[in-house]
Design a protein. Structure first.
Length: 286
């Protein structure tokens, strides 16, 4: 897609809490730590076992989450304090237990939500489902979306023509096999990034959130997310660049290169680190 395709992404990531919860990434709620009251979830992480060099499945499992928390604590001294603060990864395990939503539906919903308030876009999405999907399972059918005329979708769902074009192009990628269940299960994180950055309307923030919350991959890091920026600034005591100190600005956020310096410590477990840091951000706002 063109640079214009990503225009909603930067504005959207700054309104993550207001706009993306709970509809687009419903899994975002309480996604790391927190007590669930379920006796089946571990109360502690066994830190006596050394973290081996990770040999990971494509998607997170209960075992790989435990392994990831051990790895983070052993490779990033700040994570000892973070895990003490937030607790065991019950929220991440609950995310895995919920299963993975339908990927095409999630992507279409994400585009519906761009630059609109939650109530308005939820109404649009419900009407699109009625026209081109299965309302009982709340999933969109790519073939029906691709076959519908843009005018009909516009008339029924009240979506803009640009958003309709984006959603229909993504439907086409599911129909031609560029994206399918096999790709989502077997492709590496970087292969998925290559395929998905070509999708119209899907920018870096949406893609990284999709890797974490939709596909449960290990390596998603949404550097553009304002809550993650805020938490990393706090946890790693990131200093403002000289351009900021010269202007005496208070509300600056760290840059991606500044964040990457610390994210290197996380190895292949960027998603687990991100989920913990988002909880730190939630706590700092309480």
């Amino acid at each position: 897609g063109s640079s214009g395709d990503k225009s909603g992404d930067s504005a959207r990531r700054h309104r993550r809490k207001q706009q993306m919860n709970p509809q687009t990434f419903p899994q975002l709620q309480g996604s790391a730590g927190g007590s669930s009251g379920s006796g089946s979830l571990p109360a502690v992480i066994d830190l006596d076992q050394p973290a081996p060099e990770p040999n990971l499945p494509r998607s997170m499992t209960r075992q790989s989450v435990q392994q990831g928390v051990r790895y983070l604590i052993q490779n990033d001294e700040r994570f000892k304090h973070i895990v003490q603060l937030v607790g065991p990864p019950n929220g991440i395990l609950e995310l895995l237990d919920k299963g993975k939503p339908d990927p095409f539906t999630t992507l279409a919903q994400t585009i519906c939500h761009q630059q609109l308030n939650l109530r308005v876009c939820q109404g649009m999405f419900e009407r699109l489902l009625a026209l081109c999907g299965d309302r009982s399972s709340k999933t969109l059918v790519p073939a029906r979306v691709a076959a519908a005329s843009a005018d009909k979708i516009r008339e029924v769902a009240k979506l803009s023509y640009r958003k309709i074009e984006y959603i229909q192009k993504i439907a086409q990628r599911f129909l031609d096999g560029t994206l399918n269940a096999k790709v989502f299960e077997e492709a590496s994180d970087d292969e998925l990034r290559q395929r998905m950055t070509q999708l119209p309307g899907i920018g870096e923030w949406t893609l990284e959130m999709f890797l974490i919350f939709q596909l449960h991959r290990h390596g998603g890091i949404p550097y553009g997310d304002v809550a993650l920026q805020s938490a990393m600034k706090l946890v790693y005591n990131i200093a403002p660049p000289t351009s900021i100190t010269a202007k005496n600005e208070v509300n600056w956020m760290p840059t991606k290169p500044q964040m990457e310096v610390f994210a290197k410590r996380w190895g292949p477990f960027g998603s687990i680190a991100t989920l913990y840091l988002l909880r730190v951000a939630d706590r700092s706002e309480e």
